[in-house]
Design a protein around this ligand. Sequence first.
Ligand code: FAD
Ligand code: SF4
Length: 494
Amino acid sequence: MAKTVLVLGDQLSLDYIKTLETDRNQDTILMVEDWALVKRKPYHRKKIALVWSAMRHFGNRLRDLGYRVDYHLDASLLECIASTGSPVVCIEPREHGIRTCLKAAGVTFKTDPYWFMTQDDFTQWMSSRTQPRLEQYYRLVRQRTGYLMNGDKPADGIWNFDKENRKPFPKNHQPILQPHFTPDSTTLSVLETVAGIPNLIGDLSGFNEPVTRDDALERLSWFVIEALPDFGRYEDAMAANDMFGFHSILSPSLNLSLLSPAECIDAAVTAYADGTAPLASVEAFVRQILGWREYMFHLYDWLGSNAWDEQNALDANEPLPDLYWTGDTKMRCLRTTITDTLRTGYAHHIIRLMVQGNFALLLGVRPTEIRDWFWSAFLDAYDWVVTPNVIGMSQAADNGLTASKPYAASGAYINRMSDYCKGCAYSPKSFAGDDACPFTTLYWDFLIRHENTALASTRLSTNYLALRGKSPADRLAIAERRQQLKQLLQTSQL
Ligand code: FAD
Ligand code: SF4
């Protein structure tokens, strides 16, 4: 019997078409650009352009392969489904909201073959744990898949190279050249449409994103040759003149399913086998995809979207400062990274975690508010990945479910791992006075505010040892500076 195969905007994979047993002779592939959805959040212009251009290219590719494609512009997804007149099948959506809507509309799902573990595997794994940790999960998936394993032992006998992989860039570091993806006529037409949508944010100029599978494969091969050898060593390093470092910038392609996680891992593992990339880098990269990416999805799925929205373990209720939308601040680290993100829709992991996320954590911003900023500002943001990363990992609002301790750090960390503090109006070492670094003041203030909670006795106990060195006068100075910082924030003078 003929069926309709629904391809969502983040399911642009021929593997999925095969999984759904799509018959070129009788089935119809349905693709819908639901422009009304775009009006719900102030998304980054480049993200919308990326998704629509990648969808249109994928639709054209399917037609070239002989499939019948019913492609709708500016239409309601649910109305299109209702008018098909045949059973509708789809790969199970990653996001809960869309999953619920499609289920209610009668769409049936097949399991996404791109996850290494199933929901059932994960639920079973969680059932025997009170404190799940990425490291345990990652080792299990390494053992199951055999990646970088010698029998039941990790390659070279080492599971984790984190200690080696925390170097700042050397002096005079220069960015490596990025690949270029020239917009074709399909992309140019999308860019014109997106430019006319009023409520979006970010800069559309200089659009340079992989919009086809061939483009995404080119980025993967660029990464393996040019960046992977240095990926591990410098994965935590930040510099004002280099927003990418040696990171892969593969998340937009992975999250659109233009690439499979397995092929990215295979490419890195092959580089190790060929001797072109060291194990410390290859393991670090495999950990990101086989470990963190997979783990975050399953945690999101396991807890459920609504439950994530309710997490606020640190009772954080401050509004998000305007500077996140403008980059207008004297804090050089935030000014540089937010301006870069609004321009490109990207920041690497440590910038997201230890600069952009850290400031909101220290200030006590409502978790869903900072989550919504990340969702708006980044090209790779989708509920399933942005929610656990922001609410769980970055804002520690989930009571230790995602991470063993909050990623709270003072200006000293940012100074050690970057060159932002050179030339900043503030001094990373000072916690009080007019030149005190806001991160440093707010870091001590964060510890003081949570001094009588379990954080002090368990998860941040080492940080609290250092707080003992602060005198009553220091504590008063920290409280005064915090008040001053809040006023400066309100008047956009910080
Ligand atoms: P690389 O450093 O080259 O890593 C390789 C790949 O590993 C990435 O492409 C990504 O697919 C995967 N990966 C690594 N860490 C994670 C992680 N924690 N969760 C999921 N995948 C991971 N990632 C997103 O894809 N979308 C988001 O909206 C997103 N929001 C984040 C918000 C915060 C506050 C934090 C701390 C992290 C967030 N991440 C998000 C995870 C991570 O920062 C990005 O995946 C990564 O920076 C993407 O850049 P890259 O491709 O150059 O990554
Ligand atoms: Fe950021 Fe503080 Fe360093 Fe300035 S001194 S760049 S605010 S960490």
